[in-house]
Design a protein around this ligand. Sequence first.
Ligand SMILES: *Cc1c(COP(=O)(O)O)cnc(C)c1O
Length: 243
Amino acid sequence: MTPADDLRRSELVTSLGALRGRIAGACAAVGRQASSVTLIAVTKTYPADDVATLAELGVLDLGESKDQEARAKISDLASGAYPPFALRWHMVGRLQTNKARSVVSYAHAVHSVDRPKLVTALAEAAAAEQRARPVEVFVQVSLDGDPQRGGAIVDEMPALADAVAGRPELILRGVMAVAPLQGDPEAAFGDLAAVSADLRRQHPQADAISAGMSHDLEQAIAHGATHLRIGTALLGRRPPILG
Ligand SMILES: *Cc1c(COP(=O)(O)O)cnc(C)c1O
């Protein structure tokens, strides 16, 4: 290991320790077990070296928002320079249907399913790919109705959920949302919890809630989040242009 590697590793050890502390504190505050929350490290803009370090530290759920970047990183990790980690990749960014085949070739879960065409594309791609396991799907809800940021509006949720549940290549896990840029994340995650409760009336096993990022994980945990998507608090600030 070079001194630079050592420094980066100790940064990640420190930020992971602080993050685990925040998660444990937020869970304790509302009487939840920390083990009821899955930490997904969103590694977009950060290199395969960071993924390998996090994996060594026990973080095996990784998130990416762009297919091309995810593919490049996974191929770096398979290059022979790293031990083989049993990673679970989560696609968290907006997805075009023409990327479905690529994404299902590596993804454990897709968190950004927001339209019936994407459900069909993912299911057909998963069938063509002959996956051993179905793709886990979170249906993304738009909490402020802003189409720019992705997500289906609440009224579209039942049909979208039924579409996912109707495909054997997919498993409906639950709901996902990004808190609106404006406004109180507390209120947004309260709304999301209500959408999740509605969904579970039709699909009782779809009980996962993917919510909570670096700045709002406490509010998300208070409202039942089961999957946190954390970038900045773990890896550091991203250059704004790469978002
Ligand atoms: C980048 C990203 C995250 C992580 O955000 P941070 O604020 O860096 O923790 C979570 N979810 C989605 C959909 C993202 O694109």
